[in-house]
Design a protein around this ligand. Structure first.
Ligand code: NDP
Length: 338
């Protein structure tokens, strides 16, 4: 069983050496009487929140730290080989938390989602049809309270979550602008995902001026994925009664000392509502989400761009690449296609 082992906690910008590839000779089998699952992993998901798990957390968190010496844990798509749980049988496909290894024992199958629709690429269940898709859906429709015709700004917009928020907002009838860190990503936003406009934040000397150029009348909704300087500039450009969905803060994850925010007074002056959210609180909406999104994928109204790393060998580099913007679209690792 080939595995990607988490070696030790990191501080600052993580390196590939925080992980190592190992071959385990231990035969995996479902213990007698267990209600768990033995699965074969097919696709693994690289997600920015995993950076938090690489730190030894001394405060309560929605996820635990990784265990040094054990495989990395993350979302993935897997096939059931043996089942001790009434919800799953041999041969079923699922998505949920699994190990970065060829075969895993899943001890909490009740947290996994059975995959019922297989007429779409299975890798989509790491992104568009999995946790990031639900994050985009819940964050936009439940937290942002959108209205048709409103102006929407999304940071890290070409990533797994951002690309979907933009497409949902466009389908809903909003004016949508995204920011990303390269020309290639900006082109994707405008030409593939149908954003009305996009900016390369790395080339803008003055983010406030860039936002004023894109939103002369101001921003109704900001979908926050990066924090830091971008949030500060957005605060200067929010409209009265605007809403900010706090989804993630990619620019802060590797900093020892988070940057200060200077323009928070604008929350008061403009009566802006800023609300952080966690996708786990919205999983009950998953069936409703699938009902909305599956037909639109089939009609080509929602598309998805994936960045595919081949094999567990490339998984550490793929994960670390998220923090320097190496990925173009949803970062997936293929473990097996059978
Ligand atoms: P992404 O794939 O977008 O994350 C990687 C991208 O973030 C990179 O490609 C890069 O794009 C950008 N990035 C990296 N470092 C920085 C930086 N210092 N400053 C600005 N941008 C940076 O991630 P996801 O789409 O999967 O997730 C988006 C956000 O949502 C993340 O913050 C994640 O933690 C959060 N999240 C929150 C959930 C919740 O329940 N609240 C659930 C899932 C995700 P670029 O080249 O454009 O800089």
């Amino acid at each position: 069983n080939k595995q990607v082992i988490f070696r030790d906690y990191v501080s600052g910008f993580p390196k590939e050496s925080a992980m190592e590839l190992r071959e385990s000779t231990m035969k995996l089998r479902l213990p007698e009487g267990s209600n768990g699952l033995l699965v074969k992993n097919l696709y693994l998901s690289c997600d920015s929140y995993m950076r938090r798990r690489m730190t030894k957390l001394d405060v309560p968190s929605y996820v635990d730290s990784f265990k040094p010496g054990s495989p990395i844990i993350g979302y993935g798509v897997a096939r059931v080989l043996e089942s001790g749980h009434p919800n799953f049988k041999k041969g079923d496909l699922l998505w949920g938390f699994t190990g970065w290894e060829e075969y895993s024992l899943i001890t909490a199958p009740e947290t996994c989602f059975k995959i019922e629709h297989t007429d779409v690429p299975l890798s989509y269940y790491t992104g568009l049809l999995g946790m990031p898709g639900m994050t985009a859906y819940a964050g936009f429709f439940e937290v942002c309270s959108p209205k048709k015709g409103e102006t929407v700004f999304i940071s890290a917009a070409s990533g797994a979550v951002g690309q979907l928020v933009g497409q949902f907002a466009k389908l809903f009838g909003c004016y949508v602008v995204g920011s990303a860190g390269s020309k290639e990503k900006v082109d994707l936003l405008k030409n593939k995902f149908g954003f009305d406009d996009a900016l390369n934040y790395k080339e803008e000397v003055d983010l406030d001026a860039a936002l004023k150029r894109c939103f002369p009348e101001g921003i109704d909704i900001y979908f926050e994925n990066v924090g830091g300087k971008m949030l500060d500039a957005v605060l200067l450009n929010m409209k009265i009664h605007g809403r900010i969905a706090g989804c993630g803060m990619n620019s802060l994850y590797n900093l020892e000392q988070p940057e200060g925010i200077h323009n928070l007074m604008n929350l008061i002056l403009k009566r802006v509502r800023m609300e952080g959210f966690l996708v786990f609180d919205y999983y009950h909406l998953y069936p409703k989400f699938l009902e909305m999104v599956l037909p639109r994928i089939k009609e080509g109204k929602i598309v998805c761009v994936e960045d595919i790393a081949k094999g567990l060998e490339d998984a550490p580099a793929a994960l670390i690449g998220l923090f320097s913007g190496h990925n173009v679209g949803k970062q997936v690792v293929v473990v097996s296609q059978e």
